[in-house]
Design a protein around this ligand. Structure first.
Ligand code: HEC
Ligand code: HEC
Length: 259
């Protein structure tokens, strides 16, 4: 009883102030209560294990904390306000319930891997610049046809990263789905879909220019199976090369973007 009373005292405290920090962060019962809210209100879209459901593009919520920009407050805001232009709805729950859900999401976070790659990060940096930078950003530098890799070693296991290099098409991330199309003027364009509705499609083309097309004006529009990322076989990058690159990426993890 006393514990419950203390808990509700905490809740009213939480209600009293607009928070930047999760007022329930240190209370393990908050995560538990948040789990119940999650199962009732979120699991239909994000999956019972919060690992996301691909065909409705509801993301894996165990990975969100690895992004440097994610904070308790930013997740609180996303849950409360929803995401405009997507099916992620706003939630009218009282603030303390939303904080409980934040606590729950934190409790199931996969905060990346603790494995350390044995490699030469300095050599890896050069290999990265030579082979990867034109499509990938690290610390704000590089291309953007592929995802920003600044904190990738915090989100993915090393084995799965090696797999991304050897077989990039085996798991293509949301927002990087490859398409090809032919315009009315017979221009052939390849790119990754950034957004799409019934009438139009926006993509980043292989020259890394954002472009929009009206579907009705296209002669051809194909969802491709092969990633725009090239396959890096062992002939292209040896195991040592890969370890050096991963070691470089790991060394960047958690750094502030350099100028
Ligand atoms: C009707 C389906 C639906 C429901 C219900 C739903 N979500 Fe979502 N949620 C989505 C989709 C789809 C996205 C991705 C939107 C986008 O980025 O375009 C999303 C995005 C999010 C994000 C942002 C993830 C990121 O990468 O930053 C968070 C956090 C989130 N949802 C939490 C929740 C929580 C917590 C609940 C329950 C209280 C919930 N969602 C309920 C569909 C849903
Ligand atoms: C021609 C552009 C291009 C080059 C060069 C390229 N990539 Fe990619 N990469 C992509 C695209 C596009 C994706 C997203 C689609 C996919 O996952 O296959 C991607 C995805 C990835 C992913 C998965 C990221 C995630 O969020 O899960 C990793 C890891 C990766 N690349 C690493 C590398 C490394 C390391 C190199 C250099 C050895 C490299 N890439 C070179 C375009 C490229």
């Amino acid at each position: 009883m006393i514990a419950a009373a203390a808990f509700f005292f905490l809740i009213s405290l939480a209600q009293a102030q607009a928070q930047v920090l999760n007022p329930l962060a240190s209370d393990p019962r908050a995560a538990q209560a948040g789990g119940a809210i999650f199962r009732a209100q979120c699991a239909t879209c994000h999956g019972a294990d919060a690992k996301g459901i691909d065909n409705i593009e509801a993301p894996d919520l165990t990975l969100i904390w690895a992004r440097q920009t994610t904070t308790d407050a930013s997740i609180f805001k996303t849950i409360k306000e929803g995401i405009a232009g997507s099916i992620m709805p706003p939630h009218q729950n009282p603030d303390p319930e939303i904080w409980m859900t934040v606590s729950y999401l934190k409790s199931i976070a996969i905060s990346g891997t603790n494995e350390t790659v044995v490699g030469n990060a300095v050599r890896g940096r050069n290999m990265f610049v030579g082979n990867c930078s034109r499509c990938h950003r690290v610390d704000g530098v590089g291309g953007s046809l592929g995802p920003d890799l600044s904190s990738i070693t915090g989100r993915r296991s090393l084995a799965s990263l090696v797999n991304s290099l050897r077989e990039p098409s085996s798991a293509i991330g949301r927002r990087f789905k490859p398409v090809s199309l032919t315009t009315a003027t017979n221009e052939r364009v390849q790119g990754t879909i950034k957004s799409e509705d019934a009438f139009s499609v926006q993509l980043m083309d292989s020259e890394q220019v954002l472009r929009a097309f009206n579907k009705i004006e296209l002669i051809q529009f194909t969802r491709e199976i092969d990633s725009l990322m090239p396959v890096f076989s062992e002939a292209a990058l040896t195991e040592t090369d890969v370890n050096d690159i991963l070691s470089y990426l790991q060394s960047r993890r958690g750094r502030r973007p350099s100028i």
